[in-house]
Design a protein around this ligand. Structure first.
Ligand SMILES: [Zn+2]
Length: 192
C-alpha cells in the first residue's frame, strides 16, 4: 500500500487548497457496490495523474475502519457514518467528521488523520484567487493615495509627496511593499 508524507501542497497564505489535498468521498466508496457490513473497499489517490497513496476501508455496522500507511507507518482510523432521507425517496450516506461531528460527504487527510474540510482548514482555489485579487486591490488603493499608478510593475517613488507627513509616507510605502511582496511570493509558489 502506498504512503503519505511526500505529497506537495500548494498553499494560499498558510492554507492548503482543497484541489491539492487528498479527499475521501463516501459517495464514491458507496458507489462501488461493496458497502455492506464486512465489505472491504480499496481507494487510490492521484493528483495530476500521479498516484500518491492507496487506502483500504472495512465497512462496519455504523463506521468505517480505514487502513493506510503514513510516513512508513501503518495507520488505522475509525470514522462513523450516518444516513439521511432524501426528499424524493431513498437515502444518502455521510461521514461524521471525527473532530467536529459534522455530516460531510468528503473528508481530507490532515497529516495524521482524516477530518472534514473545515477542520482541515482548507481553502478552494477560487477563494484563494479572491484573496489575491483583494490584496492587489488594497495595494492599488494605497498607491493611488500617494499619487502613483496602480499595478506593482510601476516602482515606488523614492521621495514622499510634498504635502504628506514622513510617518504617513513610511507607513504607506511599507504597507504596499509588504502586501505586494507577499502576493508575488504566493503567485510564484503557485506557478512552480
Ligand atoms: Zn470537522
Amino acid at each position: 500500500m502506498g504512503g503519505w508524507g511526500s505529497g506537495s501542497y500548494i498553499r494560499c497564505g498558510s492554507r492548503r487548497k482543497v484541489e491539492k489535498s487528498l479527499p475521501l468521498d463516501i459517495r464514491k466508496l458507496h458507489g462501488q457496490g461493496l458497502f455492506s457490513h464486512g465489505g472491504i473497499i480499496t481507494s487510490q489517490w492521484s493528483i495530476g495523474g500521479k498516484v500518491y497513496s492507496s487506502l483500504q476501508c472495512r465497512v462496519m455496522e455504523n463506521h468505517l475502519l480505514l487502513f493506510y500507511s503514513y510516513n512508513g507507518l501503518e495507520k488505522e482510523q475509525s470514522i462513523d457514518f450516518d444516513w439521511t432521507d432524501c426528499n424524493y425517496g431513498g437515502n444518502r450516506i455521510w461521514f461524521l467528521c471525527p473532530d467536529c461531528g459534522r455530516r460531510c460527504a468528503v473528508i481530507y487527510f490532515r497529516g495524521k488523520s482524516f477530518v472534514c474540510r473545515k477542520c482541515c482548514n482548507l481553502i478552494y482555489e477560487s477563494q484563494c484567487q479572491t484573496v489575491i485579487d483583494r490584496k492587489f486591490a488594497k495595494a492599488n488603493k494605497l498607491r493611488l493615495k500617494i499619487g502613483i499608478k496602480s499595478g506593482s510593475s510601476s516602482p515606488l517613488p523614492l521621495f514622499k509627496p510634498l504635502n504628506m507627513h514622513q510617518k504617513t509616507w513610511d507607513r504607506i510605502r511599507y504597507e504596499i511593499e509588504h502586501i505586494e511582496s507577499r502576493v508575488w511570493a504566493e503567485l510564484e509558489r503557485r506557478s512552480l
